[in-house]
Design a protein around this ligand. Structure first.
Ligand SMILES: *[C@@H]1O[C@H](CO)[C@@H](O)[C@H](O)[C@H]1NC(C)=O
Ligand SMILES: *[C@@H]1O[C@H](CO)[C@@H](O)[C@H](O)[C@H]1NC(C)=O
Ligand SMILES: *[C@@H]1O[C@H](CO)[C@@H](O)[C@H](O)[C@H]1NC(C)=O
Ligand SMILES: *[C@@H]1O[C@H](CO)[C@@H](O)[C@H](O)[C@H]1NC(C)=O
Length: 453
């Protein structure tokens, strides 16, 4: 009689999360008491694909606050960068030895699920080690992983749910959102947000030339060449122009922005490692001027890491690759070591969509709320391209472009079209929660609670 009773108790309790083997009870390099719970382990996607997740509960009211899925981009970059240096509750110090509390963590107001996707990224892996994938497969696998998440954490199935993605997450997020909205799983899906996202390669490339010129990056020789060779009758095509002189001028634009020593992710910040620092990256992330297939100079001297240009991921890499940290996060020994971005995933990734227009239109028509936000100094996915993208959706404007305020200062600008908001974060680069953390938390809170910015 006793034994099955105990067994039943165990099953019920573990279903409620009492004895979940994924729970993280202590972390190397952390000495403070935490006011939230956390789990790290694997969610199963399609057969043999294991996606690493790290889930933190809200510091306020876990059972009532929304659940938010956070996705970094690339393709091929890890969402643990989001955790450890953007909006996660614990950040890693410079030498990768200790963790400290991020007081602007997004788990102040939400339960946040960080998912390393697709397989091959960070600690995510597949049994067959085949890491070639594409936009549709990623959406499908993220959806399967999400269903596995709600199976593991049934307490959270009734909470409101949102997806938020950054950069190439501009593709991951609407595609996954569509899969959720049309899928059988009972998820209380309310909306999605995209930060410095790739929403349309046309608008992203087209706007970048104006962004560069009007931020003082090109001289008048280049500017008049661009106008002479890429424009006709007052309209310019920088996206897929077949004129060879135009192509040569755009190659110069590309080199200045991506390959000269400027920090493409944050115009007014230094480039880690100086002007050579951006050459460490072995490959282009292929998000800019894709049509022309411009080559990036390779630096064969230092291929010791796969950080994006001008970004220094040493601290995260050092901490995450410690044996005791891997153990605490429940990473099996045979799983690859952690990199900020995976070369094999990036190189073999097949892009299916060049615009998210249809996805946005359908998702808006289902009554979902959508936020498109951009740090306005980023050049990888610049604010103007996303603004033009949002405007191209032709939704009825309900609020004119105007500033929003944080701490008695203008924090940026925004405009609204019913449930669709476009918002800038003034002076922030590509990683908004990292470089404008307080403003980002306020924005996040306003979006979730559907209150004024
Ligand atoms: C689920 O809810 C139960 C009862 O409120 C609680 O004891 C348990 O810790 C919760 N589990 C998780 C994973 O939050
Ligand atoms: C150039 O891009 C536009 C906009 O996406 C598209 O309609 C057109 O077919 C493209 N032309 C070429 C030559 O690729
Ligand atoms: C990257 O950061 C580490 C500290 O985390 C530092 O030792 C190293 O010099 C930095 N590298 C570059 C290229 O900035
Ligand atoms: C906006 O979203 C709400 C739900 O949050 C929905 O009820 C409403 O119909 C949507 N409005 C439009 C114009 O789609």
């Amino acid at each position: 009689m006793m034994w099955w009773c105990l067994l039943l108790l165990f099953c019920v309790s573990s279903a409620l999360g009492y004895f979940s083997p994924d729970e993280v009870l202590s972390l190397p390099g952390l000495s403070t008491t935490l006011y939230f719970r956390q789990w790290s382990g694997y969610l199963q996607a399609s057969s043999g694909k294991h996606l690493h997740y790290w889930f933190v509960t809200s510091q306020q009211n876990p059972l009532k606050d929304p659940v938010v899925l956070w996705l970094n981009g690339g393709p091929g970059c890890s969402s643990l960068d989001g955790f450890l240096s953007e909006n996660g509750p614990l950040h890693v110090n410079d030498d990768g030895s200790t963790l400290y509390i991020n007081k602007y963590s997004w788990n102040k107001v939400a339960n946040v699920l960080y998912l390393e996707s697709p397989v091959g990224v960070g600690f995510s892996y597949s049994d067959d080690k085949n890491y070639a994938t594409n936009d549709d497969e990623v959406a499908e696998n993220n959806y399967l992983a999400l269903q596995d998440f709600f199976r593991k954490f049934p307490n959270f199935t009734r909470n409101d749910f949102y997806v938020i993605g950054e950069s190439y997450g501009g593709i991951y997020t609407p595609t996954l959102s569509m899969t959720i909205a049309n899928g059988p799983a009972k998820i209380n899906f309310k909306g999605y947000a995209v930060g410095n996202g790739l929403s349309s390669t046309y608008f992203n490339d087209q706007s970048l030339v104006y962004f560069g010129y009007y931020h003082g990056l090109f001289g008048d020789t280049l500017w008049s060449q661009l106008n002479r060779y890429c424009c006709k009758d007052g309209s310019c095509n920088f996206f897929n122009n077949s004129d060879n002189n135009c192509k040569d001028s755009l190659k110069e634009v590309f080199t200045i922005i991506y390959d000269s020593g400027l920090n493409v992710y944050s115009l007014y910040m230094d480039c880690a490692g100086g002007i050579q620092g951006n050459l460490r990256f072995l490959r282009d992330l292929k998000n800019l001027f894709h049509f022309y297939q411009f080559e990036v100079v390779e630096n064969t001297e230092d291929s010791s890491n796969l950080d994006p240009p001008c970004i220094n991921g040493t601290a995260q890499r050092t901490w995450l690759n410690r044996a005791d940290v891997r153990k605490a996060l429940h990473i099996p020994e045979n799983v690859q070591s952690w990199e900020l971005c995976s070369e094999v995933v990036g190189e073999n990734y097949q892009r299916i969509y060049s615009t998210m227009q249809d996805f946005y239109l359908q998702l808006l028509s289902k009554g979902l709320r959508v936020l498109v936000y951009n740090g306005d100094t980023d050049m990888a996915c610049n604010f103007l391209g996303d603004k033009w993208f949002v405007q191209s959706l032709n939704q009825q404007k309900t609020l004119d472009y105007q500033p929003w305020i944080y701490n008695k200062q203008i924090a940026g600008f925004y405009e609204q079209y019913g449930n669709l908001t476009f918002l800038t974060v003034k002076g922030a680069g590509h990683m908004v929660p990292q470089w404008a953390p307080a403003q980002a938390l306020k924005m996040f809170e306003s979006f979730l609670s559907n209150s004024p910015y």
